[in-house]
Ligand binder design. Structure first.
Ligand code: FAD
Ligand code: DHB
Length: 389
């Protein structure tokens, strides 16, 4: 078998790249380790930057998003009983969109079906071969039979635990990592959101986040220990804990109900350099992870797709390799800024095990500066809505 670009991973990065390339007449095959139902069952990000929204439109998959999404002009931050709004629209004339990653992924799969794009599910043992030559190929097994696809390029869109990053030799690759000493317990519930905007809450009991998917579907998180047993976090215990971390006026309005999904995610910052090795390009979580505070995970994956898509289109249409040659550099320049924002926001809002009284005063001063200083709010707003591509 032969194609122009093999895309390893059928998550949002791989699917978006595949759809954009298809519209430019560039052929792709997507290899996905899991079933489609499994991929669509993962509850993850919920906030889309304008850059991603625009790419969804460019890919022709924005119809449902444009109809069903919520546009948020700002976000709220609370500390104990204080709460303030950072209004992106007033500060910098921009906004963000609330539309779940699950829905983004579903729309992209539907679009791929509609154009007859090839996706091979439940592949095993994917190996990327000869990526440092002009004739790379990918091998794998599916339904017990061994397969090989020859190609021009491989896009490694296979997430943090995929094979693509590990294909880059240790002598070439440098990983930067920081693991945070806590996780997030997330709950999805079929209840109306507690507030019209998201609330990021700093409290003495730890961080909490009130988010949403639609008018009757809420997503809430509380900071927890990564080692916590999810079965010990009963719904009742979760709602009690969430209430205690929110300003009283918000807690009083909280509508609770049975959870429809509950999971614990670890928090880490991670970047792999470079993001290109020969004809292999890493995109999204395959190359970098941010702690979720600030909603940058899916959005940084989207900016990688933008740079790689542009580079590949120039290569095929104009026989110009400048875009792919500068891919890693351009993607990383934006990634590191998103890493910094996510790291700083995580530090500002969480309780750390070794925090001294001095550290707590510093954290408080930082939140109060953000509350009362318009310049600080502008910086936050620019980063939250997403830096330009
Ligand atoms: P992924 O979504 O991980 O997709 C990679 C795909 O590759 C998967 O479908 C996987 O099955 C497949 N794959 C893996 N290995 C192979 C292989 N060897 N062969 C073939 N296929 C393979 N971000 C936020 O902004 N907010 C959040 O609340 C949030 N919550 C998260 C919760 C969790 C538990 C996780 C893991 C991430 C979360 N993120 C969140 C981050 C965000 O979801 C990711 O940044 C986003 O999914 C990245 O998309 P991706 O396509 O690069 O990777
Ligand atoms: C969501 C997750 C985030 O990490 C975030 O910063 C905002 C929203 C969410 O799942 O809705």
């Amino acid at each position: 078998m032969r194609t122009q670009v093999v895309i390893v991973g059928g998550g949002p990065s791989g699917l978006l790249l595949g759809q954009l390339l298809h519209l430019k007449g560039i052929e792709t095959i997507i290899l996905e380790r899991k079933t489609r139902e499994y991929v669509l069952g993962r509850i993850r990000a919920g906030i889309l930057e304008t850059g991603l929204v625009n790419m969804m439109r460019e890919a022709g998959v924005a119809e449902r998003m444009d109809k069903e999404c919520f546009v948020h002009d700002g976000t709220c931050i609370s500390y104990e009983n204080e709460m303030f709004d950072i209004n992106f629209q007033k500060l910098i004339g921009q906004n963000v969109v609330v539309y779940g990653q699950t829905e983004v992924t579903r729309d992209l799969y539907d679009a791929r079906d509609a154009v007859g794009g090839q996706t091979i599910f439940e592949v095993e043992g994917v190996e990327i071969r000869d990526a440092d030559t002009d004739a790379p190929y990918v091998t794998f097994t599916v339904d017990g039979s061994a397969r090989r696809i020859d190609c021009d390029f491989v896009a490694g869109c296979d997430g943090f635990h995929g094979v693509s990053r590990k294909t880059i030799p240790d002598t070439v690759r440098k990983d930067y990592e920081k693991v945070f000493p806590f996780g997030w317990l997330g709950v999805l519930s079929e209840t109306p959101p507690v507030h019209e905007e998201l609330i990021y809450a700093n409290s003495a009991r730890g961080f909490a986040l009130c988010s949403m998917r639609n008018e009757n579907l809420s997503r809430y998180y509380v900071q927890c220990n990564v080692s916590d047993d999810i079965f010990e976090w009963t719904d009742e215990k979760f709602w009690d804990e969430l209430r205690r971390r929110l300003p009283e006026a918000v807690a009083d309005k909280l509508v609770t109900g049975p959870s429809v999904e509950k999971s614990i995610a670890p928090l880490r910052s991670f970047v792999c350099e470079p993001m290109r090795w020969g004809r292999l390009f890493l995109c999204g979580d395959a190359a970098h992870i941010v702690p979720p505070t600030g909603a940058k995970g899916l959005n940084t994956a989207a900016s990688d797709v933008h740079y790689l898509y542009e580079g590949l289109v120039h290569y095929y249409q104009d026989k110009d390799s400048h875009g792919i040659d500068t891919y890693s550099e351009k993607a990383l320049a934006r990634i590191w800024k998103a890493e910094r924002f996510s790291w700083a926001t995580t530090n500002m809002l969480h309780r750390f095990p070794d925090q001294s009284d001095f550290d707590l005063k510093m954290q408080r001063a930082e939140i109060e500066s953000l509350h009362h200083n318009e310049t600080a709010q502008k910086w936050f707003a620019q980063n939250y809505v997403g830096l330009p591509y």
